[in-house]
Design a protein around this ligand. Structure first.
Ligand SMILES: [Zn+2]
Length: 438
């Protein structure tokens, strides 16, 4: 239901595409509008005419993923006998923004659920929740209902984390919530963050964990929240720790410091540097041993050496990243991770005591205070000023031209040493006995 205020015309819209859904408007069926006329669809919007101060009610049917949902389909709305899961981008009609319509609204969510079910979303857990939100925030939110297990954990600085997960998992809700709270606290400490918002994590079961194979897990950072899709039987592994650390770090690299459009051109920064900091902090803050960090980095180094799109330009990544996820999609992650390792070392070698972190914190602070967005031009010019003139040439070589990134041997000294004489190069723990054979 929507109270229109003094207007006599309104528009509702959905995302055009989202995740596996290439045509979100086509998922909306049988739209019935009360309290307004019109309702013709134009693209992803429905235009309505009504008297001033009308209350408009919309009902519609959403097509959903099959069940159990395939891991690749978890971002579609999912309805099963035991739970509902949906990200707003995939199914929610929200007020259209722009053209004089308000930027934010008082939004109230009242769940109507089967007996024994509870509801949770990015901006509140419980049967009735409300907040002042932009339509984009309503859409960039996850909605979960079912027989849920919940757990709250305190965050340093006074905030609170709430985990809401379908009652299907082998692990304890408290364990996952406490892990996430620890990672948030570590990252806030590193980023000198004192205003981390209340945060929600949801988890729904999807896929199966097969011993010896990579666990199929999905994660998506959303408005003050993170949505996870995991096999029900999975234990909490370093794969889950990495996913949480990566998605939580997007609070700074992605939300406070938003990528400039088109964001695919800065995917190396938004995704790759997020992965760099996620991995580095897992080790630096004592959660991972140097061995575990080496396993993860070596996997990326090997994939980078073998990636035929290793030297793709940002324009090529933009054009091909979705169609060729393993090559053009991955190179942005690989390049950003390797540049994080390289530039942090080079900056410290050139007298910047806090290395690359000085640039990253400065960019985030400007994102927070002035709305600066991360574009390649901004990163190059601010980086050159903050880190030194050397940075301009580095940037042009590796970001603009896509030259192969080489790592200094002491990139992670003293914890790890890089062996460069082998292909692919690999990190080893100094002094450890090297494994025999290949
Ligand atoms: Zn990411």
């Amino acid at each position: 239901m929507w109270q229109t205020g003094p207007r006599d015309a309104s528009a509702l819209s959905v995302s055009e595409q989202f995740g596996p859904l290439t045509d979100v408007p086509a998922q909306i069926g049988d739209l019935r509008v009360q309290g307004a006329g019109g309702g013709q669809r134009r693209g992803a919007a429905w235009l309505l005419r009504h008297r001033p101060n009308a209350t408009v009610t919309c009902r519609y049917v959403v097509s959903t993923a099959g069940q159990p949902p395939a891991p690749s389909q978890w971002l579609r709305p999912v309805v099963t006998p035991t739970f509902f899961h949906g990200v707003g981008n995939a199914f929610l009609l929200v007020p259209h923004v722009g053209a004089g319509y308000p930027e934010t609204y008082d939004v109230l969510l009242r769940w109507r659920l089967p007996a024994g079910w509870r509801g949770a979303c990015s901006w509140g857990v419980g049967g009735v929740v409300s907040d002042r939100l932009s339509p984009a925030d309503v859409r960039h939110s996850v909605y979960l209902a079912g027989a849920l297990r919940t757990h709250r954990a305190a965050l340093a600085g006074g905030g609170e984390l709430t985990l809401a997960m379908v009652d299907a998992f082998a692990f304890d809700a408290a364990r996952l919530a406490d892990l996430a709270a620890t990672l948030i606290t570590d990252q806030c400490d590193f980023m000198r963050e004192s205003r981390f918002p209340p945060f929600v994590i949801t988890a729904m079961p999807a896929g199966r964990a097969v011993p010896g194979e990579t666990t199929p897990i999905g994660g998506l950072g959303l408005y003050r929240s993170l949505a996870l899709a995991l096999p029900a039987e999975t234990p909490i592994t370093d794969t889950i720790e990495h996913l949480l650390a990566h998605e939580i770090f997007h609070y700074w690299n992605g939300r406070l410091l938003r990528p400039a459009d088109p964001e695919d051109l800065v995917a190396w920064f938004t995704e790759g540097l997020t992965d760099y900091y996620a991995l580095r902090l897992l080790h630096e803050r004592g959660r991972w041993t140097a061995d575990t960090l080496a396993v993860w980095l070596n996997r990326h180094l090997a994939a980078y050496v073998e990636n035929p799109a290793r030297n793709a330009t940002n324009e090529e990544i933009r054009a091909r990243r979705r169609g060729a996820a393993k090559t053009y999609g991955e190179v942005a992650y690989q390049r950003g991770l390797l540049l994080g390792l390289r530039w942090h070392r080079l900056a410290r070698d050139r007298g910047v005591s806090d290395g690359l972190d000085r640039l990253f914190r400065e960019l985030v602070e400007r994102g927070r205070t002035t709305g600066l967005r991360a574009s390649n031009d901004n990163v190059r010019s601010i980086g050159t000023r903050v880190l030194g003139a050397w940075f301009a040439e580095e940037f042009d070589r590796h970001v603009a031209r896509g030259d192969t990134v080489e790592l200094p041997e002491d990139a992670l000294a003293p914890a790890l040493r890089l062996e460069r004489g082998v292909v692919p190069p690999r990190f080893v723990v100094p002094g450890a006995v090297a494994p025999k054979g290949e």
